[in-house]
Write a protein that binds this ligand. Structure first.
Ligand SMILES: *Cc1c(COP(=O)(O)O)cnc(C)c1O
Length: 486
């Protein structure tokens, strides 16, 4: 099976292998490519709100790649293959409960997708570097494996929210530039400095604490200064920027810190037409100019998140901080789908039907009988619930259809309430048995519901869908070799 991805321009940096294919150009591939998704104009496309998505260079040449398609590096260790061929299923790398592979459900993460998405984004941003944002256990994909896969795709920076995440990466032996940006008074600054983690300050007190830690440990802190250009979240207000910069430059003059970054974060980048975008960029560039006039000589100035990376080339500057897009999801689904911009989802959530049974018409289903069968029907029990991360808002019944689930090639909807550990699907007269595979979401190019479909069914965003599938489910990595240290 051709599991590759349409040819991209060659990644600028260390991508080890840029899988290539499209139905039009993947001639050497012996099987039809499942992943070709029509692009609205490869030379750049116009979003549904009229903003032009910047073009990117596409070199369609996969002649050298024959034989690469479908080859996977990981072995399946004890995990029964679901629909994918056995050799596409990676080892279970983590199971926080130490119980080993449990044959009922899994979060499957395609590390090659993360690598390829980063390579794709890296080409798109030209000379800017890519920071892979791996906060929140890499948006639920697994902190260390995702970080390493991103590095294989050319990410030269990693970013986390809290310091503990960054320290976990270092403890696992992950090298390269690493920044943790969310801290509170009394942060373990010394640990950050010892682990060579870049830190951020949004107020003079933070600079003072960081400088003190530098004095205590004898290590120079790599410091990014954050200005609030309009998000109203972290960052010093513009009025306090000169004082923050001067405080940091004074600590720099004392040899305690090095101001390596100036940065800010956008509020409305997922709405490309929103006036706040241009205004925040202008405020940021002025703040950078002001800091330079005061003597700052940063290595990197950075502003863009995934949405800005895709729609606001002016915001790319030295470094883009990409999260969601690198996991193959769109931060602005009304504007572009992931496939439109050459990205594919890395995560799928899969299970096996735990029970299948025939019930008569008028049978209530799950707590509260929110759903009642309208005819004799087959019910399928899925052994996943809200304790696993399935949103209870995905329940289906009188108030509306539940979240979609692919069973035996048919997309069905959750029937009745999602419980703590299980939910039910009305399979009508489908020919199914206990043990058959259920896909909650995955790659729409393979006919699976998307995380975005789930977000819409549950009244949230795809960020929340993927991040909530947390500890109880084993992670199964496809192309697990990408999680190895290099
Ligand atoms: C989470 C985060 C990002 C990444 O956002 P995406 O929309 O997922 O690309 C970038 N910068 C900061 C400061 C963040 O907190």
């Amino acid at each position: 099976m051709c599991t590759g991805w349409p040819a991209s321009g060659r990644p600028r940096r260390a991508a080890t292998r840029a899988p290539a294919t499209s139905s039009s150009s993947c001639l050497p591939c012996s099987a039809p490519c499942a992943r070709r998704t029509p692009r609205r104009g490869d030379a750049g496309l116009t979003s549904s709100v009229g903003r032009r998505i910047p073009p990117r260079d596409r070199v369609r040449d996969c002649t050298a790649r024959r034989g690469d398609h479908g080859r996977r590096t990981a072995r399946c260790e004890g995990w029964p293959p679901l629909s994918a061929p056995a050799d596409t299923i990676g080892a279970v790398v983590t199971d926080e409960y130490g119980r080993g592979p449990v044959p009922h459900a899994q979060v499957r993460v395609d590390l090659a997708a993360i690598r390829d998405n980063v390579a794709e984004l890296s080409v798109r941003v030209g000379r800017a570097e890519v920071m892979m944002v791996v906060k929140a256990d890499a948006y639920g994909h697994g902190l260390v494996p995702a970080a390493r896969a991103a590095q294989a795709g050319g990410a030269t920076w990693l970013g986390t929210a809290v310091l503990a995440e960054a320290l976990t990466l270092r403890a696992a032996g992950v090298t390269g530039r690493l920044m943790a940006w969310l801290s509170s008074p009394g942060e373990r600054w010394a640990d950050a400095l010892a682990a060579d983690v870049d830190v951020s300050a949004s107020a003079p007190w933070a600079v003072a604490e960081i400088a003190a830690a530098a004095r205590d440990t004898g290590r120079v802190a790599r410091l990014h200064l954050k200005v609030d250009t309009g998000l109203g979240r972290s960052g010093v207000p513009v009025s306090g920027w000169p004082e923050l910069v001067d405080t940091a430059l004074k600590a720099q003059a004392e040899g305690l810190v090095e101001v390596v970054g100036l940065w800010s974060h956008l509020a409305c980048a997922d709405e490309p037409e929103h006036p706040a975008n241009d205004s925040q960029l202008a405020v940021f560039l002025e703040a950078v100019a002001q800091a330079r006039r005061h003597g700052a000589r940063p290595e990197v100035v950075h502003l863009a998140n995934s949405a800005a990376t895709l729609t606001m080339p002016d915001s790319h500057l030295d470094l883009v901080r990409v999260g969601l897009a690198a996991y193959g999801l769109s931060p602005m689904p009304a504007v572009v789908s992931p496939a439109d911009v050459g990205l594919r989802p890395a995560m799928s959530v899969r299970a096996r039907l735990a029970l299948v049974k025939r019930v008569p018409a008028g049978h209530g289903v799950s707590y509260g009988h929110l759903y009642v069968t309208d005819r004799e029907s087959t019910l399928g029990l899925v052994p996943l619930g809200y304790a696993d991360g399935v949103p209870r808002h995905g329940s289906g019944g009188s108030a509306g259809p539940g979240a979609p689930v692919l069973v035996a090639g048919v997309t069905r909807r959750i029937a009745g309430r999602v419980c703590m550990d299980q939910f039910v699907v009305d399979l009508r007269d489908d020919d199914v048995s206990a043990g058959d595979e259920v896909v909650l979401f995955g790659d729409p190019a393979a006919g699976e519901p998307s995380a975005q479909d789930w977000a819409e069914a549950c009244g949230t965003i795809s960020y929340e869908i993927v991040t909530r599938f947390a500890p109880r489910l084993p992670r199964v990595y496809v192309d697990a070799a990408l999680a190895e240290p290099r």
